[in-house]
Design a protein around this ligand. Sequence first.
Ligand code: ADP
Ligand code: ZN
Length: 741
Amino acid sequence: MSLSLQTKEQVLKQYFGYDEFRPLQAEIIDNVLAGQDGLVLMPTGGGKSVCYQVPAMVLEGLTIVISPLIALMQDQVQALLANGIPAAFLNSTLSNSEQESVIWKVKLGELKLLYVSPERLFAGSFLDWLKDQNVSLFAVDESHCISFWGHDFRPEYTQLHRIRENFPQVPIIALTATADKVTRKDILHQLGIEEAPTFLASFDRPNLSLTVLPGRKRLQQIEDFLNQHPNQPGIIYCSSRKSTETVAASLQKSGYNVKYYHAGCDAAYRTQTQAEFLKDDIQIIVATVAFGMGIDKSNVRWVIHYNLPKNVESFYQEIGRAGRDGLPADTVLFYSYQDVAQQTEMIIKSELSTEQKNLLKAKLDRMKQYAQADICRRRILISYFNESVEKDCGNCDVCRNPRTLIDGTVIAQKALSAIARTDQKIAMGMLIDILRGSHNQNILRHGYDQLKTYGVGRDLRTEEWVEYIGQLLNSGVIDIAYDEGHAFKLNAVSHQVLREGRSVSLVQFVPLEQRKMQEIEAEEKAATKTKREIVRDALFERLRTLRKQIADSLGMPPFVVFSDAALSDMAQKRPINHAQFLQVSGVGEQKDRQFGEAFINEILAFIQENPQAVRTEKGQTYALTLELYNRNLSVEEIAAQRSMAVSTIFSHLQKLKAEGESIDLSKFITERTKETILDAAHQLKIPIAENAPIGPLLEHFGDTYQGWQLRLAFLIAGEGVRMDVEAWREERGLPPRPVKE
Ligand code: ADP
Ligand code: ZN
């Protein structure tokens, strides 16, 4: 198979159906094609695969992809095959005979990409054997696994230096989504490609919206969210196994299509649940962080964190599972001070060294900063990864609803005073009860109703107090003793506020309902602004249903048939023939061949059933008529399907013909009809010309023929005989044609 004459752009279009490369992809590919090694750092969903899959198709020979994620190999190969790229994998899940068949394909040069696990690569004499095959490129996926410093070290990866030793001439491209500086250096070193350039893509994922919601009434808020995002697949992350089960159960009760997933579930259940999610059979997964590794599902539309993650790295990795197709996706984090308290307590009570504890606390602190941000949240996230951010993102809740600051000095003083008067022994619940003047037993028993501060905070509702006290804790105005039942403590700042009138500013409390309304409005505004929004109209839903049917019949996940991005583009462009279908982003030649007809038919059916939905875009209406004509429908049938007058369709066809489309108008009229009409015209002395007056003829025939048939007869006759109107008039002794009718 020799495909080496194709350019990278041609390959991208023909096999992947994309018109242009994303930032850095082209540079990376050029580097590989020049025979150079390289290290690629791109966030999840950034488009790493294209960086070696395109070169694989441009280069002659075989590309070997080394990946530790055995479970993913099959999916990746399936996706490549669906794009018409010959690929296979070799790992321990294959039987001997299956392996044998793959080996044969390699020998025969039938494959362009071969995925192997590192174990398989170094087993027996495989590497030696490969030397005799025409290997053009090695791609090391998840290359951070090579490093002790990476978070996912795999001992098998330490042997990868043997690639360079055995294949000094073959370029190596290493790829990863996570690697700090130390790990990066280690990857290059261990692979023996120290001199290779590093391509560092931005880690920003602008398509992910960022929202933090107060951790109150979480279930209710989730249901509201789900109702606003019907049918969209998503993941809810919880911090404990138990809560995945309870949250899933309660959503199930409300009628949602949901399952839970955690490391404690048995293997069969986990495999099945994961598969159901991939196939869109399950809409929602409520899971611990155990879920997600090795999930390549590109159409996860949202990720919700029920609890605060332990650190920004995990958070970013988890939300990164949404919107891998580059289309807008939503992320929501629920945040409450209790979550921080709980996690801090866990760290303190753990068996770790003080140093380790401090590290974990510092990381949690950064996560807290994100949750509490009064400035653009993306700035905080991105700067965490040492990238600088030029401007506010416009796609986080803070950008959408800038915070209002209020003078919170008096509020702070009330709280601090109550803490002081109770000898710094009380925690959140009691503090608020005192401030709000509650009559509960505990208050009375302790005599707290006698305090001077009892009831001084009645002007604020409980949830307002929760919010403000949380803010005071977070800004260090109040301390908390995790080892004393979370009792509040005063510190130096507290005393300054209490005694010296140090001022405190707080972010104004916004009731949940109001906040939600603001969010929805802002989101709608933002949606109309973003270029690449998802069209989720009736057609999209029909195409989605069709995708699911086709995927099921082929035993594939729907997103392998077409990504949401492709489907959305399809719903916008409404292609009705193959040339148009190939214009859809994500449709390469193979997918056009395999799925084009079914999707085009669905679009045609949709247009026929919703004629009003056909946009009056220039050209679209002609193209549709042409398509139906090419499908051998009669003028009447086309008119009926399009709910248009026959004469309109006829004029379409005439125009299409004038523009050079090959249209045989004579098939819409029998020879006899034509003759009858022309004879009558002769008798009535009507010129056989395109714009001849046909009124008298219509009268003559009554209901027998319609205007378009008369004109059609004239048109065909005019063409056949090339009749000159003036000559015809002269012949009959008629005066020259008047200039205007
Ligand atoms: P990663 O491996 O970095 O997580 P993928 O390679 O899976 O990312 O790519 C993520 C998504 O982006 C896939 O759906 C892929 O088809 C799409 N994609 C990649 N490159 C392009 C491109 N140049 N134009 C449009 N979509 C692209
Ligand atoms: Zn922002």
